[in-house]
Design a protein around this ligand. Structure first.
Ligand code: MG
Length: 338
């Protein structure tokens, strides 16, 4: 749990700083009695409570400096936001209601020391807790240790009525393929960030429209689809449409056709970014052809981008249809910073 530090602090002054930090986290997390959290930070375990007839959804995501974020590119608030957003997006994909978040942090010592007015780690929590509050998910525990590189491991728990979670494996030939929001925005912003790392230094709050630094998990849209039982399958676009759609097809034992002209490209995004750029955190879902899918769900546009077809020998698993021609859409998803 967060209240315990596993390595010896460098000096008594640092120790006081660490304890103050842990107190602050505990205070700000304020998880006791919120949502499904019966007992939050402070004991050996958190205690979570589900409603009768629910099952628990659990997902973990590991974020590593140099691989998932760069200390010289991403404001600390963005790193905190993105860490939590990755987990929330997985809950959204299954139509789960967020219950509690758990966070283990490994940080080099300098990130816990005050620079100017706040330490990097405090700004990290600013970003993470702002998103947590916006989505009503309490931070109910975690751990903090010194580490040679910055790592953040988040665990999200959610609840879903028994048997009602939207799985990757439910797509059937004849279903229509949909996506929420726009695609390629995160890759376009990342390209701009790479060209000028200082460009987004002032982007320290999620009120800015910033698909890479502050992606919005589609919790409301996932819940909407699950409650109405309209989606036959879903997953979140974390690695890129080409890669994630291939996952959906493999799990469902089907193939898919994507209409190039139908793809909702983000402003500034190229087709390549929309197809292969990662971290858009939109939902990719399927629904039977007769299902009444609205144009917007909870304010976010929904676009039909293709269809599910049977697997045919000699045909690609995922085909991109442009005009009269079809070509294989190879999975070339997100490689992060490698
Ligand atoms: Mg996912």
């Amino acid at each position: 749990m967060v209240q315990r530090r596993k390595v010896s602090p460098a000096s008594p002054k640092d120790a006081a700083g660490e304890l103050a930090l842990l107190r602050l986290i505990r205070q700000r997390a304020g998880a006791h009695g919120r949502g499904g959290v019966r007992l939050g930070i402070g004991d050996d375990c958190a205690l979570l409570r589900l409603k009768a007839g629910e099952e628990m959804a659990v997902t973990t995501d590991l974020s590593i400096a140099g691989r998932h974020f760069r200390l010289d590119w991403h404001p600390a608030e963005s790193v905190g936001h993105r860490t939590l957003a990755r987990g929330l997006s997985d809950l959204a994909a299954m139509g789960a209601r967020p219950v509690a978040a758990f966070l283990s942090l490994g940080l080099p010592n300098e990130l816990t020391l005050k620079q100017e007015s706040r330490a990097w780690v405090e700004r990290f929590y600013d970003g993470l807790l702002a998103l947590a509050n916006a989505y009503g998910v309490p931070l109910a525990g975690g751990d903090l240790a010194e580490s040679p590189i910055a790592v953040a491991d988040v665990v999200l728990t959610g609840a879903v009525p028994k048997g009602a979670a939207i799985l990757r494996s439910g797509a059937r030939a004849g279903d229509t393929l949909y996506v929420t929001g726009q695609l390629g925005g995160a890759a376009a912003e990342l390209a701009a960030l790479g060209a000028d790392p200082k460009r987004f230094a002032g982007h320290t709050t999620a009120t800015m429209i910033s698909p890479h630094l502050y992606p919005q998990p589609r919790i409301a849209q996932g819940l909407w689809l699950r409650k109405r039982g309209l989606a036959s399958a879903a997953l979140d676009v974390s690695d890129g449409l080409s890669t994630d759609l291939a996952h959906l097809c493999e799990e469902s034992g089907v193939a898919a056709e994507v209409d190039e002209a139908a793809l909702p490209l983000s402003a500034g995004a190229t087709l390549k970014m929309a197809l292969h750029g990662g971290e858009d955190y939109e939902l990719l879902f399927t629904a039977p052809a007769g299902a009444k899918i609205p144009r917007r769900i909870a304010g976010v546009p929904i676009t039909g981008i293709g269809r599910i077809v049977p697997i045919r020998r000699g045909k690609p698993l995922v085909a991109l249809i442009g005009g009269d021609s079809a070509r294989a859409l190879e999975a070339e998803g997100w490689q992060h910073f490698s």
